[in-house]
Design a protein around this ligand. Structure first.
Ligand code: GDP
Length: 304
């Protein structure tokens, strides 16, 4: 049977009951289990090393509380340290002084950006906002059509805009910026207080994508830049989070496909590497398969 981290820790400490303190020797098995479990959950190596050091320092010499066995105590320390890394920030949004507040969605193609833009619009509507959606992916008509379908399905405002013949013949950043600018004006005219901008993804990070994102940021002055990451891609998600953050300084991340079997260690790594909070999780393909992030739930998922 699958043995989770909590069980493994209980086992490695079985013999310790009643010994009073956790020491360097008796903690080494537990530390090995913790390290393995974190690596298996896609937490990146640097983060694992730092965490393990924190856990070791905190645990060693700590008097076993009379109410807790050493194993229970180490489980609690690991739990607390993981929650600490993830932080306690919730899904609150920064607002612009003048509406609309722009939420710029960033991420690689296939990460779930378009689906998540729709989910976010629906979530904001339920929270009493009037969001507008726009796709500035001038390169892939199918991507803009996909967002239009999503917007219709949740009855959200959409800025469709029009591309000129030359935009279609030679799509590029000028058309992207023009659409974005028009959408912001349209949102203000329609009394929409939030504008969610779904951007063009790429299969990988390249200079032109990054340049376009930087120009969009400059033009729109977004209140939020949310990095959308596919939880199933583990370490790759962390590397792209870092690249996007280095360029754009993201304000938060959304981890999609958490309904799959990813254990969610990417959340820890992304948080640690970018310093930005994870704000939401995507848990399915439907617009309502979306929830504000709760560190405890990811920690339970990692620890079992
Ligand atoms: P984009 O290229 O980044 O805009 O990605 P899409 O929004 O088109 O999503 C890519 C695929 O992932 C689609 O088939 C979505 O239905 C799917 N998807 C997005 N978010 C989730 C999620 O949270 N769970 C699951 N199971 N699938 C998702």
């Amino acid at each position: 049977m699958f043995e989770n981290l909590s069980d493994k820790l209980q086992r490695s400490f079985k013999t310790l009951r009643g010994q009073g303190t956790i020491s360097d020797e008796n903690i080494s098995d537990a530390i090995r289990e913790i390290r393995l479990a974190l690596l298996e959950s896609d937490v990146n190596l640097t983060v694992v090393n730092e965490l393990v050091e924190h856990i070791r320092t905190r645990a060693i010499g700590e008097k076993v509380a009379t109410a807790l066995s050493p194993s229970e105590q180490i489980v609690k320390i690991v739990h607390d340290e993981l929650v600490n890394v993830l932080g306690r920030d919730t899904a609150r949004f920064q607002k612009a002084s003048q509406p609309p507040s722009v939420i710029l969605m960033a991420g690689l193609q296939g990460s779930g950006k378009t689906t998540t833009s729709g989910k976010l619009a629906q979530w904001l509507k339920k929270a009493g906002h009037r969001p507008m959606l726009v796709s500035v992916d001038v390169y892939r008509p199918a991507a803009r059509e996909q967002l239009a379908i999503v917007a219709r399905s949740i009855s959200a405002q959409l800025y469709e805009g029009k591309l000129t013949d030359s935009d279609i013949a030679k799509p590029g950043t000028d058309a992207v910026l023009r659409l974005a600018k028009e959408a912001k004006r349209d949102a203000a005219n329609f009394g929409c207080d939030m504008l969610i901008v779904d951007t063009a993804g790429r299969n990988q990070i390249d200079a032109s994508l990054m340049d376009e994102m930087a120009q969009l940021k400059k033009l729109l002055n977004p209140s939020e830049i949310l990095f959308v990451a596919d939880a199933m891609t583990g370490q790759d998600a962390v590397n792209s989070a870092k690249a996007f953050n280095d360029l754009l300084t993201i304000t938060g991340a959304i981890l999609t496909k958490m309904d799959g079997d990813a254990r969610g260690g990417a959340a820890l790594s992304i948080r640690h590497v970018t310093g930005a909070p994870i704000k939401f999780l995507g848990t399915g393909e439907k617009p309502d398969a979306f929830e504000p992030f709760h560190p405890d739930r990811i920690v339970s998922r990692i620890m079992g």
